[in-house]
Write a protein that binds this ligand. Sequence first.
Ligand code: PAN
Ligand code: ZN
Length: 169
Amino acid sequence: MDAFYLDPSAFPAWQAGAAAAAHRAERRWSDMRAFFAGQPADGADPVIYEVYTWPPQGAGSTDLDVSLTLLMAGRIGDEPFHTKGHFHHDPDGPEYVSVVSGEGLLERATRSGLVESVALRAGVQTLVPAGWAHRVLNPGPAPLAFVSIASRHVGHDYGGVRVAGWVRP
Ligand code: PAN
Ligand code: ZN
């Protein structure tokens, strides 16, 4: 992977430049209805977050995923925009998180339903321990950008987060 610089003050330029080389995915409300209790008041379908992943999928046999999530500011009803949240299929696969810009909350949960929160702001480095589900919420007024690093093989289990009430049954 080439070196890249994330300039938190210049996201539009950054998105157009460095991010163009990454694999980009976006999540709109319609992609994750079951993860919100309500729906947008005006029938809109906002982009909730974007995920840029390096190296581009298929670029090699690496087992490392480096991704940057750009979680927009906004609410559905009184629920702040958040990621879906997931367990890793591999119970031995932890994840490193580094906050680039903005403020928010990392929630992590065990399969027995214990939920903990970590306050996020630019510069915070934290870990999701192996075996814990994780999601990020942005109750603030600005986009929240964070880098996460995990082994690619760990896989994402989105259904399991029912134990924490993050997705409707
Ligand atoms: C992150 C997440 C990313 C989007 O890269 O995949 O923030 O969140 P969801 O996958 O829950 O929609 C990560 O945790 N990777 O393992
Ligand atoms: Zn993860």
